[in-house]
Design a protein. Structure first.
Length: 346
């Protein structure tokens, strides 16, 4: 009998399952797609809502009871997961920002022998490309162009370009570094903020300067763009409020690909309405889905993205590569990549 039972808890293409089996011949890799929620779009790990039949639920719970490694959270049994999967010693998530969820479900206490690993780095390129799309679109006047088209209004104007602009990236991890790499090729000055900037040569991570969180107030007046890519922690919650927005130069733009909780949303709306903030490009919000009554939906200087900047039809391949590498590390007793710090929540 294999020493490990790996249970795949969200829908995955068969070729990726085969790669996992090849990477872990020492384990029994179980994939039962008929028991999982079907995806609504490529790399959807939540799936279409629905209930299993009593017989199927019994089958699924029997698999959970056997599993020692889980690929992804079981979103159909979130509350009871610790009790239904008592033998799980490692859970590989398909998302990067799982800290708040693990904390909210009290998994660290209820599953004290379980290691949680995130998908950090998997979404860096699509998120960086989204952020850069917004920055480039902003200087080229994309939102005014779209608004004018809707109104069938032909009115020529002069856009601008990115060379010589400055971006402040809050959360200079894998996503921030990818943003810096792309931005630097366009002659944009990159100022990164990370928890521990000391000892790192900024040029080695595609930045012109690296600073700690305490430098935020000094950097904001220099920012043509403020990009938020930080996780949600006690320290980052509502870190961008009325004072921070006022410190930005008039006409600056904000791009949020981190978490909606990083921004004081009413203060953001007020700054946009006043015209001080030039535009906001938002993939994440305080409440999701964004409530229909939110003024952000109809503001001409706002782009609303439905928390989809990180998704890509190549995502499952990248997550599988990460998981297979971690499978090797697990089997050989090496440190796993992206281990969640359940105290810091990232």
């Amino acid at each position: 009998m294999p020493a490990e039972i790996i249970l795949i808890a969200s829908w995955l293409e068969v070729e990726h399952v085969d790669r996992m089996r090849a990477a872990a011949p020492w384990a029994d890799v179980i994939y039962e797609p008929d028991l999982l929620r079907p995806p609504r779009y490529a790399a959807d790990h939540t799936g279409e809502a629905g209930e299993r039949s009593p017989a199927d639920e019994a089958r699924w719970r029997a698999l959970l009871a056997r599993a020692t490694i889980l690929f992804d959270f079981d979103r159909t049994n979130r509350e009871a997961l610790p009790e239904l999967a008592p033998n799980v010693r490692w859970l590989q998530a398909t998302s990067s920002g799982i800290g708040q969820f693990v904390d909210r479900m009290d998994y660290a206490t209820r599953m004290p022998e379980t290691v949680f690993t995130t998908a950090s780095g998997v979404h860096a390129r699509p998120l960086a490309e989204f952020a850069f799309m917004c920055m480039l679109g902003h200087v080229r006047g994309l939102l005014p162009i779209v608004n004018a088209q809707r109104e069938k209004r032909w009115e020529r104007f002069a856009g601008s370009d990115l060379e010589g602009r400055t971006v402040v990236v809050v959360g200079y991890g894998s996503i921030g570094q990818e943003i810096g790499r792309v931005a630097s090729t366009f002659g944009v000055t990159v100022l990164g903020i990370r928890r521990r900037p000391g000892g790192t040569d900024p040029t080695s991570v595609h930045a012109d300067e690296l600073h700690g969180p305490g430098a935020l107030a000094d950097l904001l007046p220099r920012a043509d763009f403020l990009v938020l890519a930080a996780p949600h922690t006690a320290e980052t919650e509502r870190m961008i409020g009325a004072a921070e927005l006022a410190a930005l130069p008039p006409g600056a733009a904000i791009v949020n690909v981190g978490r909606g909780s990083l921004v004081d949303e009413p203060a953001l709306i007020a700054s946009l309405e006043s015209g001080h903030l030039g535009a906001a490009y938002l993939d994440v919000f305080a409440d999701e889905p964004l409530p229909l009554e939110s003024p952000l939906w109809s503001m001409p200087n706002v782009l609303v993205s439905p928390h989809s900047a990180s998704t890509s039809d190549r995502e499952n391949r990248r997550i599988t590569e990460l998981f297979c590498d971690n499978l090797r590390r697990w089997h050989e007793g090496d440190e796993l990549r992206n281990r969640l710090d359940v105290t810091r929540l990232y």
